[in-house]
Design a protein around this ligand. Structure first.
Ligand code: ASP
Length: 324
């Protein structure tokens, strides 16, 4: 009896979480609702995006949508989508990462799981093939949340993270065909993903080579939970833009907190932080993608826009760049 009352009390206060029905093959079809949003970075100008960026985005959203429909876990969809963008060589993440002012590549990435609040991240990595997979390894195989630099990298490689033999040969900063002069090189997109799966679980991840012109050893917001990547039981978010400002503002955690505590729409909270605080007050560029447990899809940018793609159980695959 006491137990029944306790459970009823928990339910009344919304403190219980449904136990999701995870099948033996690891899939979950607890509800029919699912959604995903991917981003391919803040747009400095319209020239930043070529047809193949849109094509990649479309292909990955289609794949992610099909996986979610089958009941694949959100965390897996986030990692696979980001790893594909890292491998594409046409984004500022993984293979296509920019080089720093000393001429070599250092990558950052993070991953967060909403239902458990667990996270994993890597920063200033020089040899990892897929920083997002290494971030997952940090989350699942170590008691820590963030590994940095060559020492952290060695630990993760020893734990099984895939590395590249010849970083200088592997990492090829992506340069748009119409351009080419070093001074016009810019990031072709930090990448990120936010997903709501059919168990109602939210997950978010971000991966980058960093902001152009960064000094050796500089770490941006992409591996910082609460700055770029954030997920809890209600929201999942991933940011792109001038990382220093997203760190100082604790941007994605702030958006989630505003939406929850002020009981305002996630879009309103995202616009306030991205457009007003980071855009108008700080004079910095940036964008955020986000998703809620109700499958609201949110895109917010203070500049031209962000390369994005999204889909859900009820929305077809949509890809775009410019935002209002
Ligand atoms: N936020 C990333 C950083 O500051 C860069 C980007 O999103 O383009 O490293």
């Amino acid at each position: 009896m006491k137990r029944l009352i306790a459970v009823a009390t928990l339910v009344a206060f919304g403190l219980t979480t449904a136990v999701p029905a995870v099948a033996e093959d690891g899939t979950c079809k607890e509800t029919s609702t699912f959604a995903l949003v991917l981003h391919g970075g803040f747009l400095g100008s319209e020239d930043d995006v070529e047809p193949r960026h849109y094509a990649l985005m479309r292909e990955l959203v289609e794949q992610g949508r099909a996986s979610l429909e089958r009941g694949v876990a959100g965390l897996d969809v986030v990692v696979e989508a980001i790893a594909s963008m890292e491998d594409s060589g046409i984004m500022d993440a993984g293979k296509g990462s920019i080089v720093n002012t000393a001429g070599f590549t250092e990558t950052d990435a993070s991953l967060m799981e909403g239902k458990t609040g667990r996270s994993g991240a890597v920063a200033a990595m020089q040899r990892l093939k897929n920083p997002i997979r290494a971030a997952r390894l940090v989350m699942e195989r170590t008691p820590h949340v963030l590994f940095v630099g060559p020492t952290g990298e060695k630990t993760l490689i020893d734990l099984g993270a895939e590395s590249v033999e010849d970083p200088n040969g592997y990492f090829q900063e992506y340069v748009p065909p119409a351009k080419g002069a070093p001074e016009t090189k810019r990031d072709h997109g930090t990448v990120g993903a936010v997903v709501l799966d059919r168990c109602g679980n939210l997950a978010a991840g971000t991966s980058t080579g960093g902001w152009p012109g960064k000094m050796p050893g500089r770490v941006g917001d992409s591996p910082i939970v609460g700055a770029s990547t954030f997920a809890n039981a209600r929201y999942a978010l991933s940011a792109t833009g001038k990382g220093e400002y997203f760190i100082n503002r604790g941007a994605t955690r702030d958006i989630a907190a505003r939406a929850e505590y002020q009981e305002i729409p996630l879009q309103t909270a995202a616009d306030f932080v991205v457009k007003h605080l980071i855009g108008e007050r700080d004079g910095a560029e940036g964008a955020v993608i986000a998703i809620s447990r109700e499958a609201d899809i949110v895109l917010s940018s203070n500049g031209l826009g962000v390369l994005y793609g999204y889909a859900s159980d009820s929305r077809s695959v949509t890809v775009g760049g410019k935002l209002d």
